[in-house]
Design a binder for this molecule. Structure first.
Ligand SMILES: Nc1ncnc2c1ncn2[C@@H]1O[C@H](COP(=O)(O)OP(=O)(O)OP(=O)(O)O)[C@@H](O)[C@H]1O
Ligand SMILES: [Mg+2]
Length: 399
């Protein structure tokens, strides 16, 4: 997946600026960081926002624009300048290129031309599909039955991640009807997923950050909508765009997907690097593990991203041993979390994650170790060459 390129644009002409904005909104891999209507203010905007790309329409005053481009390329050399103009005059092209612009595109801007230019800028910077912005890791937490512990694990894994100072995790509550991540974090949020989806068209970096609420453990929350009705207003394409914007800002996106396994849940899983599939050791859960894995392997490539986590190990009313469970599901268990109801329920009832409520409990340590194992997986995955990655994926399918 290509990561998001952050763009700042300047165009004194309102009509062409709006036209450009609607074009940008249709592209998942760009983020409009700032827009400006005056050439003289634009170098400051670029210095402050440090975008990956400065997109300049030079038509209003080409001489002033060329001067400004030279200022930007000398002051902020890591920012690539992309010029748009309705003129095809050779001398103008030469002037903007000499001022340091790396692309010249014709107005009206065509989507294909623009996407190709973005790809060239990526290649020029040697970042391939990675883009220039660091891209967050996306982990979906899915369950094979109600109450298996998805929300508990999503919230506490995020809090465990947040203990590392440079890490900024955000939990997204995708259980649109009954989601309760806000209860686990004791947060009364101002904005919800619905507000963010509704404003996706004019969402910018600062508005998105302001829409999220931060718990003092360092975890950010994007909660489910308040109203039960109107959930179909959030479309998979809105969610995909929200996730790609969040990826550009946060180090980890932890998605508590719903148990409906509907289009939004699948869109979230498709955008995920890893899917934690939470189960307990009872017959209905284990049967659903088999059904879900079969479904994912037959209809998508998602099976390869699944890590099975057995929750509440040692729960008294479970009479199935882990060995028998392994036989039944026929695939590897990634992690086992111990059962400790008093500690988990205590944390939830206090609206504080385990890392704050019971930092030394065995369950807390086990969740922290799970997170460390996931991070170790990330590192080894990023060290693999694309060819090795491909082999690994096929290996899983042929098992
Ligand atoms: N490892 C654990 N040990 C003991 N209790 C646990 C453990 N994990 C979760 N629980 C408890 O199980 C109950 C259900 O957990 P949780 O709400 O996280 O499940 P869920 O899968 O999100 O449920 P839902 O299907 O309603 O979304 C909670 O009371 C929680 O405290
Ligand atoms: Mg839940």
């Amino acid at each position: 997946m290509k990561s998001v390129l952050r763009i700042a644009t300047v165009d004194p002409g309102e009509a062409s600026r709006n036209e450009l904005k609607s074009l940008l909104l249709g592209i998942d891999t760009v983020w409009l960081e700032a827009e400006c209507s005056r050439y003289e203010f634009f170098p400051d905007v670029v210095r402050q926002t440090q975008p990956d790309i400065a997109l300049v329409n030079v038509d209003a005053d080409s001489a002033a624009a060329v001067k400004m481009i030279a200022e930007i390329t000398s002051d902020v050399p890591q920012c690539a300048v992309l010029v748009v103009s309705s003129s095809t005059e050779g001398s103008l092209i030469l002037q903007v290129m000499r001022a340091g612009a790396c692309e010249f595109l014709n107005q009206p801007l065509k989507l294909d031309d623009f996407v190709a230019a973005l790809d060239r800028i990526r290649t020029l910077r040697g970042t391939g599909t990675g883009g220039t912005s660091e891209s967050g890791r996306v982990i979906s937490v899915a369950g094979v039955g109600g109450g298996v512990g998805c929300t508990a694990i999503a919230v506490n894994a995020a809090a465990a991640l947040a203990q590392t100072p440079s890490v900024t995790p955000v939990v997204i509550d995708l259980d649109l009807t009954l989601g309760d991540v806000d209860v686990w974090l004791d947060i009364i949020p101002e904005y919800t997923l619905h507000d963010v989806a509704e404003n996706i068209g004019r969402l910018d970096y600062s508005l998105l950050k302001r829409s999220l609420t931060r718990h003092d453990c360092g975890v950010y929350l994007l909660p489910r909508p308040v109203e039960i009705e109107g959930q179909d207003l959030i479309r998979p394409e809105d969610l995909r765009r929200i996730l790609s914007l969040l990826r550009a800002t946060f180090s980890h996106l932890i998605i508590d997907v719903s148990k409906a396994w509907g289009p939004l849940d699948l869109a979230a899983m498709e955008a995920s690097d890893e899917i934690l599939l939470i189960t307990q050791l009872d017959l209905s859960c284990l049967r659903n593990v088999v059904r879900i894995m079969q479904h994912l392997n037959e209809h998508s490539d998602l099976g390869g991203r699944v890590r099975i986590v057995v929750n509440r190990m040692g729960l008294e009313d479970s009479d199935i041993s882990i060995d028998r469970a392994l036989d039944t599901i026929g695939c590897e268990v990634f992690w086992q979390l111990p059962n400790d109801y008093a500690t988990m329920a205590g944390a939830r009832n206090n609206g504080r994650p385990l890392s704050q409520h019971s930092p030394k409990a065995r369950l807390t340590r086990s969740i922290r170790d799970l997170v460390m194992r996931l991070s170790a997986n990330d590192e080894s995955a990023s060290e693999e060459t694309p060819a090795e990655k491909k082999k690994g994926l096929f290996g899983l399918f042929s098992r």
